[in-house]
Design a binder for this molecule. Structure first.
Ligand code: NDP
Length: 452
């Protein structure tokens, strides 16, 4: 970092020394900002970097709910309203035992630049709870969602803050929260995205993050004279993003060979075809089962349980491309070494911040092309933005129309981050390119709005 960015980073470290994920995201972002601060001295004069790393507002609250045994349970709820410079706060809700303020601040921060990259008028936010839906009954999940919304509703609204899903929050949870919001406010508005189709959801929203990841990957690879056709792909996770990444990879002729969850991974050398994916969707989304059960149905596949003491074997599978789609920091430096040694040429980040900073640097230095999350997984929020448009207009677009808009947005993101990389950093440094292209629009809006 240079003198200006280092000063901003040190201040962030002093303020929140224990927020490691947040400081990691800020550190990677500020490294990219090194390349523009000399060109744009007004950004330093008006302390844009210092302001943009600080959330506009953070709400933290108690979420009491009754489990099926009649016992009172208490969880913690959060909403980080990071930036409203270019539109209402927009970003998902995560329900997972690991959720804390550091993780949600990093996600809200990243979301701000991701949303800017989509070209749609959306600010950035993120929220959630340390509640885990895994192993809970439908009734427990509903009671939790209702209690969560009973506090959250006063902080959100269709022109203020529009949450969506993320890890642990899919159509079921969004539906329960929407129902409670409607009941509390007596209004039927587009306050959440990722809703069911019968009450204002958009076609292609469930598919959008995975599809968008594959669309932008296809564009990047073609730009390098490469293609997806016939290429073996590692995909981690087995939730929303992983499933639709596998689907689109199949449709474009690639061969996804892995899926995982926090207990382990499956490796199917013959490829996870659309037929096998239909089984996975049923297993995960309807039966809420574990990926280990894939092997019961397809015995030729290997199941390897996760041993957290050693490097994750999923990143040691021989493949051409890798698509981390589970969670943050799932690719460590040891995993990155394995990917490089196996000559993996491209990493498309479906999950948010899936690589540690050291892992990312090692792969960049080795010439691996990296599509950073804020660009590569922006398809989800882009279609959420389109859902907001349809809700405002009281219209529903066809699947083909939404898909075409999604593809167009992902292509534009590729072109913008690529142009910013060439102008300010180096060719194909998409990490710098996405940070800079996403930031400049937010920065200009902040400059125009005075000291707020
Ligand atoms: P889901 O809850 O649908 O799936 C998450 C998957 O990742 C599950 O297989 C889960 O396994 C695994 N996972 C979660 N946490 C961990 C962990 N700590 N260690 C190991 N595995 C883990 O979430 P999504 O698919 O929606 O989200 C995946 C990633 O994509 C996240 O980083 C999210 O922020 C990002 N993303 C999602 C978007 C969306 O539209 N859904 C949009 C943009 C980004 P298990 O069941 O064992 O927990």
């Amino acid at each position: 970092m240079n003198e200006v960015t280092e000063k901003v980073y040190q201040k962030a470290c002093q303020l929140d020394p224990n927020q490691k994920e947040y400081l990691q995201a800020v550190g990677v972002f500020l490294n990219s900002m090194d390349k523009i601060v000399d060109d744009r001295p007004e950004l330093t004069y008006h302390k844009i970097l210092e302001r943009v790393i600080e959330p506009e507002r953070v709400v933290m609250f108690r979420v009491p709910w009754i489990d099926d045994k009649g016992q009172l349970q208490i969880n913690r709820g959060f909403r980080v309203q990071h930036s409203s410079a270019i539109g209402p706060y927009k970003g998902g809700l995560r329900f997972h035992a690991s959720v804390n303020l550091s993780i949600l601040k990093f996600l809200g921060f990243e979301q701000t630049f991701k949303n800017s990259l989509t070209g749609l008028p959306m600010g950035g936010g993120k929220g959630g709870s340390d509640f885990s839906p895994r192993g809970k009954s439908d009734a427990e999940v509903m009671r939790f969602c209702q209690s969560f919304m009973t506090e959250l509703y006063r902080h959100i609204g269709p022109d203020t803050d529009v949450p969506a899903g993320d890890i642990g929050v899919g159509g079921r949870e969004v539906g329960y929260m929407f129902g409670q919001y409607k009941r509390l406010t007596n209004s039927f508005t587009g306050v959440l995205t990722g809703k069911g189709l019968s009450f204002g959801g958009s076609l292609i929203r469930p598919e959008a993050t995975g599809y968008g990841l594959v669309y932008i990957s296809d564009a990047i690879l073609k730009g390098e004279g490469l293609s997806l056709e016939g290429k073996r792909c590692i995909v981690s996770g087995s939730g929303n993003v992983a499933q639709y990444t596998v689907e689109k990879l199949n449709q474009l002729g690639a061969i996804p060979v892995t899926l995982s969850d926090s207990n382990g991974m499956i490796y199917d050398e013959e490829g996870i075809t659309l037929e096998k994916l239909a089984f996975v969707k049923q297993l995960k989304n309807v039966k809420r089962g574990r990926i280990a059960e894939y092997k019961d149905k397809y015995p030729q596949a290997n199941y390897i349980p996760r041993d957290k003491q050693i490097a994750n074997p999923i990143w040691d599978v021989k493949a051409d491309y890798a698509f981390p789609c589970a969670t943050q920091n799932e690719i460590t430096i040891e995993d990155a070494r394995n990917l490089v040694n196996n000559h993996v040429k491209y990493v498309g980040q479906g999950a948010n911040m899936p690589c540690t900073a050291e892992a990312e640097k090692l792969m960049m230095d080795a010439g691996v092309l990296i599509a950073p999350a804020k660009a590569a997984n922006a398809g989800g929020v882009a279609v959420s933005g389109l859902e907001m448009c349809q809700n405002s207009m009281r219209l529903a677009w066809t699947k083909e129309e939404v898909d075409a808009r999604l593809k167009n947005i992902m292509t534009n993101i590729y072109q913008n981050m690529s142009a910013a990389a060439d102008k300010y950093s180096e060719h194909n440094n998409f990490i710098d390119g996405a940070n800079i292209a996403g930031f400049l629009k937010v920065a200009d809006a902040m400059l125009g709005q005075g000291y707020v």
